[in-house]
Design a protein around this ligand. Structure first.
Ligand SMILES: Nc1ncnc2c1ncn2[C@@H]1O[C@H](COP(=O)(O)OP(=O)(O)OP(=O)(O)O)[C@@H](O)[C@H]1O
Ligand SMILES: [Mg+2]
Length: 497
């Protein structure tokens, strides 16, 4: 069996895609066995034959209670499980089923996939990144790199549209908004900043449209459009179709309702939809502004705004961006495929793209308030977010107590100065000789590699002792190798179609 080389996968909230680099150097989407370029990220747990259906067949039919949507939104939640027939499935396992389908279908089309690059939103935290790699392993894939979606998309734009200069990638997908500012010079891409908002995307627009439909239905039929979750989800799907139509048409008529309260014909206009989502759209523009401000840029400093994500097909999104930047944004057309296409390019030429770290890493340290003399525990940042990677940075601290024999450094992930709002992702401790006064210098160095892996080193100047550890996020929800092996052989036996 042939082997597919340079494969990239966009494991999206609403749709996923797989691409590879053709021998001529251009990336191409590999359609799934249902003949589609995009595979809905939906899994249906069939109760008759135990088949796990993935894709459009899962999305369009069957019992909503057996259908899992938008699982990517929960990749960072160690407690989230989907329970079906008394069996609990984690987001990692559900994602693995989606990846299994992509892998199997690709094998039928162009050959067996072994190594892949999988993309994640730039603001995915350590747990969600780990869960993505694990999902790949469960599906029998060797995930050589995790790459940020906007980086992949930029690579595709650089390749296909021949653009260069300072570029803003505006990615509005199903679940997240990602804004990335980068510099493209030929094949070199330098990321200057990546910001994002979780839970801001097409799924929110669908909710707004559904509210609008429910309201209109109430007016017309004096009844509720849906009474339970099942009906609500059916209506939500109709709402999504209506939303897409409104990207092309100014006005549509939706026929919707139920047997008991009657069917209503509801006229929806693009204006109504735009009004319903205007607060959300304003938020996206505010995030654009914030991103620019945080690296002291203004709209004229951006040479091109490029569009990524299915929700950028909404005309109002383009209009707002054009107004803000004074020039129309560039679209490659296949806005929902470009992340996968770029991921394939990334697999081929990883070394030429430089990225930034997606989170600040720091330690907990005592700070004295110069004015009040009050001492409090704070998050001291060692590597700030958006530092180009690979990188290594140090901070020196003073020990706070006499006779300390064990120096412990808590490793934090997050930007907030308040320790309550950051994650503790690891700990490093060093035994030091007894009988020392407070005020000994201890240097903490963090290094961050291309795969977003972090190492920490602690160095005690007085004794010359040092210790170096890899920061592996071992928090709740992270599977060990044994679990992965067990679960992946279990997954292999599942019937996935
Ligand atoms: N013509 C259209 N008009 C409006 N919205 C659209 C259109 N086509 C697709 N969408 C929306 O785009 C979203 C899917 O976009 P995309 O496939 O880029 O997201 P994703 O990659 O799954 O999500 P994310 O990047 O957030 O993980 C869905 O919410 C879908 O309804
Ligand atoms: Mg996406």
């Amino acid at each position: 069996m042939a082997t597919a080389r340079f494969v990239g996968i966009d494991l999206g909230t609403s749709t996923s895609a797989l691409a590879y680099v053709r021998p001529d150097g251009n990336p191409e989407i590999v359609p799934n066995s249902d003949g589609e370029r995009l595979t809905p990220s939906v899994v249906y747990f069939d109760n008759f034959e135990g088949i796990k259906l993935v894709g459009s067949s899962a999305r369009d039919g069957g019992d909503p209670d057996r259908t899992v949507h938008n699982i990517k939104r929960y990749m960072d939640d160690p407690h989230y499980v989907v329970e079906i027939d008394g069996v609990k499935w984690t987001p990692t396992e559900v994602s693995a089923m989606i990846l299994s389908k992509l892998k199997r279908d690709c094998a039928k089309m162009i050959g067996e996939v072994h190594e892949v690059v999988i993309t994640v939103p730039a603001n995915f935290n350590e747990l969600a990144r780990k869960a993505t790699v694990t999902a790949g392993k469960l599906a029998g894939l060797n995930v050589t790199r995790i790459v940020n979606e906007p980086t992949a998309a930029a690579l595709y734009y650089a390749h296909s549209q021949d653009i260069s200069g300072r570029v803003m990638v505006y990615d509005l997908g199903g679940g997240t908004l990602d804004i990335t500012i980068l510099e493209i010079d030929g094949d070199n891409i330098d990321i200057l900043l990546s910001e994002g908002a979780r839970h801001l995307g097409g799924a929110n627009f669908d909710e707004s449209l559904l509210e609008m439909l429910a309201e209109e239905y109430r007016k017309k039929n004096n009844a509720e459009l849906f009474l339970d979750e099942r009906q609500r989800r059916r209506c939500l799907a109709l709402g999504e179709d209506a939303k897409k139509m409104l990207s092309k048409l100014q006005k549509i008529t939706e026929t919707i309702g139920n047997e008991s309260d009657g069917i209503a014909r509801i006229d929806l206009t693009r204006d109504m939809f735009e009004a319903a989502i205007s607060r959300l759209l304003t938020r996206t523009v505010m995030l654009v502004e914030q991103a620019l401000e945080s690296i002291a840029l203004t709209p004229p400093d951006i040479d091109h705004v490029v569009l990524v994500g299915g929700s950028t097909r909404i005309p109002k999104v383009r209009e707002l961006l054009e107004k803000h930047f004074g020039k129309p944004p560039i679209s490659c057309g296949n806005v929902d495929e470009c992340v996968a296409l770029g991921a394939a390019l990334f697999a081929q030429r990883a070394r030429r793209v430089s990225e930034v770290c997606n989170h600040s890493y720091g330690t907990l340290a005592l700070f004295e308030d110069a004015r009040t003399g009050e001492v409090r525990l704070g998050n001291s940042i060692v590597i700030p977010k958006n530092t180009p990677i690979p990188c290594a940075m140090s901070q020196t601290y003073m020990t706070s107590e006499d006779n300390e024999e064990l120096i412990e450094v808590q490793i934090t992930q997050g930007e907030d100065p308040d320790p309550r709002y950051v994650d503790i992702v690891g700990k490093i401790s060093l035994e030091v000789p007894p009988g020392r006064p407070a005020g000994c210098e201890v240097t903490v160095t963090y290094s961050y590699d291309e795969n977003q892996r972090v190492r920490a080193q602690i160095y005690d100047a007085a004794s010359g002792l040092r210790k170096d550890v890899a920061i592996e996020y071992k928090g709740e929800g992270v599977l060990n190798e044994e679990d992965i092996l067990r679960k992946s052989s279990f997954l292999k036996q599942l019937k996935i179609a």
